[in-house]
Design a protein around this ligand. Structure first.
Ligand SMILES: Cc1cc2nc3c(=O)[nH]c(=O)nc-3n(C[C@H](O)[C@H](O)[C@H](O)COP(=O)(O)O)c2cc1C
Ligand SMILES: CCCCC(=O)C(=O)O
Length: 339
């Protein structure tokens, strides 16, 4: 891991209430997938190309992945994250502790709204309208959470609700119970994706696809893009590392929509590996929370600056372009990972 990210993580751990630290850091079950998301990148290497004479582009292929409850990390909460997000896309969690309209107002770049489809279609519709009115430019529907993952750290602490004074603000007044943390998971289907698409003209992404067959279905149902993700190891503790599921999805999608990789990205090198394997961009979850907890807006900005700087350096070292034939599995010498 980049030493600046490690330092921000250490500082976050030192300043956070241990219950909240564990909520952010933890995963599901034995936390096998949580560890694998990072470990899998360390098993991959890059064969750089030389003498290509390419100028490195200044695009920074990073999104801020949706994470809940930023006011548990810092009193400014999602406002600080939004202010720091310049140059990236902020995917704002439906479970934000600042209302989406205020998040968008604080941001200088695009904000997308992450949505959990709610059992009551009217609640889902009201959330979509809130995101539209706020000025969000895409919807990201999280599809890997038909039920909540069982997080042993949270269970051990008895952490199951927000402290007094904090609320999932986007849910305010939607269940007739103002301000309560009332987000529900639901086992919805592709029909709900069709319904959502007919409900809004916003581009609709799905987040949490791992199986190539689901990627094919997602394209058939008209999604604008796919986030390959195992929810940062917080849902099913049996999946492969996110980056290991990436090539299969990329092949199934065959360039028809962009594919974003999320989970375990901790360095510019990880970004480069994901792009070489066919991702259009990566999403960053926990490192943003560590920056936020450690130093608010400035901390989040530092996380993004460090990743941007490292990524551009790696890209220059690789001749400005990243392709799958450049990826090698360490210990095997095999390149062109899985085709
Ligand atoms: C504390 C925390 C809260 C999260 N909340 C949400 C959420 O509200 N909606 C969602 O789709 N994903 C949520 N996620 C998953 C992230 O969007 C993302 O998939 C994951 O954090 C990526 O892995 P990384 O943390 O290794 O970068 C959350 C993750 C964490 C760590
Ligand atoms: C009710 C908020 C769900 C947050 C979430 O997705 C997570 O903690 O992983």
């Amino acid at each position: 891991m980049n030493p600046v990210l490690a330092e921000l993580h250490d500082k976050a751990r030192a300043v956070l209430d241990p219950v909240h630290y564990d909520f952010f850091a933890g995963g599901v079950g034995d936390e096998v997938v949580l560890a694998e998301n990072e470990a899998a990148f360390l098993r991959l290497a890059l064969l750089p190309r030389v003498l290509r004479g390419k100028k490195v582009s200044d695009a920074f292929p990073v999104l801020i992945s949706p994470t809940a409850f930023h006011k548990l990390a810092h009193p400014d909460g999602e406002l600080a994250t939004a202010r720091a997000a310049a140059g990236t896309i902020l995917v704002s969690s439906m479970a934000s502790t600042v209302p989406i309209a205020d998040v968008v107002a604080a941001a200088t770049g695009p904000v997308w709204f992450q949505l959990y489809v709610q059992p009551d279609p009217e609640v889902t519709q009201a959330l979509v309208r809130r995101a539209e009115r706020a000025g969000c430019t895409a919807l990201v529907v999280t599809v890997d959470s038909p039920v909540f993952g069982r997080h042993r750290r949270d269970i051990a602490h008895g952490f199951h609700d927000l402290p007094a004074g904090l609320a999932a603000e986007n849910m305010r007044d939607l269940h007739g119970v103002p301000g309560l943390r009332k987000i529900e998971m639901s086992a919805f289907s592709w029909e709900d994706i069709d319904r959502l698409r007919s409900m809004t003209s916003l581009p609709l992404w799905v987040k949490g696809v791992l199986h190539p067959a689901d990627a094919v279905l997602a394209v058939a149902h008209g999604v604008a893009g796919i986030v390959v993700s195992n929810h940062g190891g917080r849902q099913l503790d049996l999946t492969p590392a996110a980056v290991e599921a990436l090539p299969g999805v990329v092949d199934a999608v065959a360039g028809r929509v962009p594919v974003v990789l999320d989970g375990g990205v901790r360095s510019g090198g990880d970004i480069a590996l994901a792009l070489a394997l066919g991702a259009s961009a990566v999403g960053i979850g926990r490192p943003v929370l560590w920056g936020l907890a450690a130093d608010g807006e400035a901390g989040v900005r530092r996380v993004l600056d460090v990743l941007r700087d490292e990524y551009e350096h790696v890209l220059a070292m690789c001749g400005g372009e990243l392709t799958r034939d450049m990826v090698v599995v360490r210990g095997t010498g095999v390149s062109g990972w899985r085709g």
